[in-house]
Design a protein around this ligand. Structure first.
Ligand code: PLP
Length: 383
């Protein structure tokens, strides 16, 4: 059997074994509906309450401000569209490098709200001055009660840049806006304290931190205005429907473990990045690393001049290695992603972009093997 090296942890991660073990009883034995008043039902409700407390503690929040969702996409959509329940003029300021869960959610309400997309610099940072300037409205009067939302991702999924969230949220607040961050790539991987960082809403997804798929949460420190959907009284009536108890439990166990081991994990992932990059640098292959020094541990976006990221992905796949590309290819065109365009990466590098994202299950020899496989393909490509 072909041995696989999984180096695409920004796409999804392996379920943590302790999270899996914690979920099992809730799949097979403790399956009662948490809304039922008998003791088995009450037991489920208690388990949900405890999971909510664990998750809140991991991000410095209050338990009652955590709403369980089906994952990052739902949390992002809820945060953006929640704002449209208000009837006054709305402005949403976001960045040009957001995940499509934010970009397409904004697009879907562009008839109701004015959407402004901030540029980023070559490292992927949103500039504080650009955010300040976005609040200046030239051609219409601003009403004192006008609602404004700023949504800027904490860590980018393609290049890993981690934004200066505290500075951005402070500008948002001084201009009377609510601050949301898509922290899907960041939660469980870097330190987050929503209160200290001035975050009003935050999106997260369990499968990015070794939790189960199909579960996530939205933190909202302000009262949510708009239920995600309507029905029963679950999630304070804001997200009706019988709770996915096993997944909620699995998510809380996985997040608690990631947070407890965070510094150790960061050291390990930085070491894997270094080994990978040093192995590549020991050759004469022409490549650049994208993103900033302040980045997600273990996420390496590299662009190889004159190569195709798509070709690299498929050649590495044949060697049992899973990575992802930085460009999307159809049968006619290779399209450079909106993120690589936004950081102004030259085309001859952009089409040769791949994202290698190491996780806690990777080893040093994985990092060397992935780099050596890339070197092999690059040498064949240059023949
Ligand atoms: N936001 C970011 C930054 C992501 O990377 C992803 C997934 O890759 C999402 C949102 C969507 O999350 P989910 O797959 O849980 O819906």
């Amino acid at each position: 059997m072909i041995k696989h090296i999984y180096a695409d942890n920004a796409a999804t991660t392996k379920l943590d074994i302790e999270a899996f073990e914690a979920m099992k009883p809730y799949l097979l034995e403790n399956y009662a509906n948490p809304s039922q008043p008998y003791s088995l039902g009450r037991k489920m409700k208690k388990a949900i309450r405890e999971a909510r407390e664990i998750i809140a503690e991991c991000i410095g929040a209050e338990p009652e401000d955590i709403y369980f969702t089906s994952g990052g996409t739902e949390s992002d959509n809820w945060a953006i569209k929640n704002y449209c329940c208000k009837n006054d003029i709305k402005t949403i300021i976001t960045s040009s490098i957001e995940h499509h869960a934010i970009l397409n959610a904004c697009d879907s309400i562009s008839n109701e709200a004015e959407i402004k997309y901030l540029p980023v610099d070559n490292y992927g940072f949103v500039k504080v001055e650009d955010l300040s300037n976005a609040f200046i409205v030239k051609d219409r009067a601003v009403t004192p009660f006008e609602s404004k939302l700023v949504s800027i991702m904490m860590a980018n999924n393609e290049i890993g840049t981690v934004q200066n969230v505290s500075e951005l949220s402070s500008i948002a607040h001084s201009n009377g806006a609510i601050f949301h961050t898509d922290a899907v790539q960041a939660v469980g991987h870097i330190d987050i304290n929503v209160k200290e960082m001035g975050i009003d809403m935050l999106s997260a997804s369990a499968h990015k931190f070794n939790g189960p798929k199909g579960i996530g949460f939205l933190y909202s420190g302000n009262k949510l205005m708009c239920p995600f959907h309507n029905g029963g009284t679950q999630e304070l009536g804001m997200r009706a429907g019988t709770e996915n108890v096993p997944a909620i439990i699995g998510m809380s166990v996985a997040l608690k473990k990631c947070c407890a081991n965070m510094q150790k994990n960061i050291r390990k992932l930085c070491e894997l990045e270094n080994v990978f990059l040093e192995t590549l640098k020991n050759t004469n292959i022409d490549f650049v690393r994208n993103g900033a020094d302040k980045h997600l541990p273990g996420l390496v976006s590299v662009s190889f001049r004159g190569m195709s990221g798509e070709l690299l992905l498929h050649r590495l796949d044949l060697m049992g290695i899973c990575i992802s590309t930085g460009s999307a290819c159809d049968s006619v065109n290779t399209q450079v992603s909106h993120v690589l365009k936004a950081i102004n990466l030259k085309d001859e590098y952009a089409v040769g972009t791949i994202r290698v994202s190491f996780g806690v299950n990777n080893t040093t020899s994985d990092a060397v093997e992935v780099a050596n496989a890339i070197i092999r393909v690059a040498k064949e490509n240059n023949k």
